[in-house]
Write a new protein. Structure first.
Lengths: 184, 159
């Protein structure tokens, strides 16, 4: 069984899961259908030889799923009242067909599992693969890129996460902070 | 938020050590095998979320108070920045790998790659505490639907 067939099966599952997540009435079932999308993407990463991304994707997916389920099991937000909206359904069908068509073209043009950069000797990937272990001492080339060659990007990413947490803590806190002289 | 059934609590009690070990393993061997600080941090955050769901909020806060979480969040970011500035001081470039240049370790061993494991640990601390904070914030906030159909945003009392 070729890797293309596995990827096509995973893509069909992802499409079905996202359509069900949009159309279903129960919010909890919608969240669980979204989980199909995340875990499918994780397995696709694993088959495309990116285990780093697969581990991160599956761990974040678990946290995200728990958070979304926890947020939806509140009082009064269990079901939504959706009626069929024909224009948007038409749009959804067109988008799905476009996605499938793009996938068909991609599966015919690209060879999965083969490094694309072999055709282009000037690509920086070749430099990292050749000199990464000698220059940084890290056996995992992905880590040597994200924490040595491109560590500045990782600093920006950490700053984004930090700022998001500060914003959430400031907005969603229980009560406003009072100064000493203030009254109710 | 109250705890769950005794079955869940028992399984959580046995599983928590292994989950913590797996997170630490992913973090410390991030420069040798797939994994890294982000994945390890998310796994450790998962552990605290599991404890919060199984034992309830008060018991989880005993392990990992909210103030400690927000402090560790800042500490992780500051360690990362400190390593970057030390690279500027000792190696001449921002984020220079000065430890690997001066004390090169044997390849494929745990003590190699200079500043990369340090950065991995810093990112692990930061991601674990910030994801736990996100969960606590989201768990405390509720949307309540009133009788006349409007919705209200309410925050549970903390601690």
């Amino acid at each position: 069984m070729g890797i293309e067939l596995i990827l096509i099966i995973i893509l069909v599952f992802i499409l079905l899961g996202s359509i069900i997540a949009v159309e279903i009435r129960d919010l909890l079932s919608a969240v669980i259908s979204i989980g199909v999308v995340g875990f499918g993407i994780s397995i696709a990463f694993l088959f495309l030889q990116a285990p780093d991304l697969a581990i991160v994707q599956i761990a974040v997916e678990v946290v995200l799923l728990i958070l979304l389920i926890r947020a939806t099991i509140g009082k009064g937000v269990k079901t939504t009242h959706a009626h069929i909206n024909w224009p948007s359904l038409f749009l959804v069908v067109i988008l799905c067909l476009g996605f499938v068509g793009f996938a068909c073209v991609a599966f015919q043009e690209l060879e999965f599992g083969a490094p694309v950069t072999a055709n282009n000797p000037q690509a920086p990937t070749n430099y990292y693969l050749k000199h990464g272990l000698a220059e940084t001492g890290s056996a995992n080339i992905v880590t040597s890129v994200i924490l040595d060659y491109r560590a500045y990007d990782t600093l920006g990413e950490a700053t984004v996460l930090f700022t998001a947490i500060i914003g959430a803590l400031a907005i969603l806190r229980g009560r406003a902070r009072k100064k000493k002289g203030d009254k109710e | 938020m109250n705890g769950m059934s005794p079955i869940v609590q028992t399984v959580a009690r046995f599983a928590k050590v292994f989950i913590l070990l797996f997170g630490i393993y992913l973090t410390f061997t991030g420069h040798l095998s797939p994994g890294g600080g982000f994945a390890g941090g998310v796994v450790i955050a998962c552990l605290y979320i599991l404890l919060t769901l199984a034992y309830g909020k008060k018991s989880a806060f005993k392990y990992f108070p909210r103030k400690a979480a927000s402090g560790l969040d800042s500490v992780g970011a500051l360690i990362f920045l400190l390593v970057a500035c030390l690279g500027l001081g000792f190696g001449g470039v921002f984020f220079a790998n000065f430890l690997e240049r001066n004390y090169p370790g044997a390849s494929f061993s745990l003590l190699s790659a200079g500043t990369i494991p340090v950065n991995n640990i810093a990112i692990c601390i930061k991601v674990a505490s910030s994801l736990f904070l996100v969960f606590i914030i989201m768990a405390a906030a509720r949307v309540i639907e009133k009788k006349d159909g409007t919705r209200d945003f309410k925050q549970d009392e903390e601690e």
